[in-house]
Design a protein. Sequence first.
Lengths: 236, 365
Amino acid sequence: MLEVKGLYKSYGKKAVLRGVDLEVRDGEIKGLIGVNGAGKSTLIECVCGVKKADAGEILIFGKNNADRKARKEIKSSIGYMPQTFRLFNDLTVAENLRYLCAVYGLPKERSLDVMKTCHIESEAKVLAGDLSGGYRQLLSMAGALIHSPKFLIMDEPTAAMDPIFRREFWNILRDYKKGGATFLVITHYFEELVECDSFVCLAEGKAAFNGSIAEFKQDGMLNIEQILNKYSFLRE
Amino acid sequence: MKFRFLKIMGYEAKRIFRNKVIFVMLLVFAIVMIVLLFFVQSADMNYVAAVYNESLSEEQAQEMVTVIEEGIGARVVFVDSDEAGMDMAKRAQAVFYIRLEKGAKEKDPPHATLYYDAANRMNWALARDLKDDRTKIAYDEVLEYLKSWGIKLNTAYFETVQIEPLTKKYTLLQMPFAEEIAACVCLILMLGIAYSFARDRETNVSKNVAYIPIGHHTYFMSKLIPYFILGMLEMLILCVIGSNLMKIGFETNLFLVWIISGVFVSAVLSLGLLFSTMRSQISTVFLGMMSMLLPLFVDMLVVTAALPTFVRVLLCCLPVTPFLALFNGMVYNGVILWQYIPILAAQSVGYYFAALLIVKRGERV
């Protein structure tokens, strides 16, 4: 589904990504973890085609996202859920989703389905600006699912959620996965990695660990700090 | 995919008009402002002229102003200046500008350019005078005066033909109508659209646009068109108020004036869009205000057409300048100064694409 090979990206003199390799296979939930400034969001931005990589290759659905035409197609077929709420505060939940239906050229009835999927029908007439943090994230999720994408990229989706909403979120995600969707989820919560089939730990702009949680534990590690210590040589 | 753009635009319009208070403010503010200014200005009909004539102290007047002729309740004055720039000959309420090169008077024969700006009316008092033949008489008298003074007249910027179609419809309640319309429309539309984009940037909505399959043109136009409709509605209301309540004699068909004003509205919106690409809100607001106030102030002080070429070119980059000439020409003189229409159209397109370029440059870096 997604293949990232030797990705480099720097802002001025500061190298953010230094040869990242990453593979997300069809139907899996891939976690992406790392401390602040590790380059997670930059990696996602490069994958989504919003930022241009200095070197390396990104293939989504087998298409190279350096190609403008392919990028347009990729944009229409992936779902992206941002870390912060980016929909319209002055439109209701239903209107926000209908707006996205218009963008993707879908019938407005699709907004009802996705509201049901994300359990936000009760908030349909509430202005997005008046929603609680948890509902806002569920609305963001609904927005990302509106066009039934086969590949979803989620940037710290549960950051603003309490444990109840977080559980709700993972339940929705698991249900959606049954349809064969693939996910790349950035998270700061180590315990959420259990939900992932495998995960990548970014440290100092490189993939410091790439494997499943079982493999991770086999290595005798219990938390992310241990990975960072183990791969501290990457800083040099 | 049917009517995709219209649907997107519909939601953008909903965002603008959802807050009824703001919507009413957007629409009513212009009307209140223009009516208020109308009453302020028509309260003392001699106010503008009095300020003009009496602002000079007696001493200054003796030094600078030579009364050339007095008669039929009017006078021609010549404001003397040794510096290059503008001198003014004023005959009653009709304003003529004589532009002298430095040392022009010492030249043999002395050269001067006479500007009679038929389109860019200075104040209501000028229009009051234009209603009879006295302006023509005044114009001829100024020419005679220049001849007697040995100044070779270069040209009248707007030729005498524009003095000919003097209207009989002028009322005593003339006001700088175009200037007020320009101020209202700029304040509301330019700042409105700039704020609309800035708000989307602040709430990260514009970032989201990069992740969904919506083109820049669709995103921009879906915002610009509702504001354009609002601007045209406002322009129509203001024209109708001017024509009916203020009894401003429209020398051109009101509907035609309204349609042609569309190029001004779009130029203002494009400039607002360009300003909205500024990183800080304060620079957006500052630039918006300056782009409106600068040509307004210049036009209040001097006739733009008589300014040096590079200043005129600079001023013509701001939508208010060509609009004032175009609107005044149409409304007061029944003349459509076509040359200003492509200027405004070029501004609309130019500023739009400049904004697009800036936005695109900020992406995929």
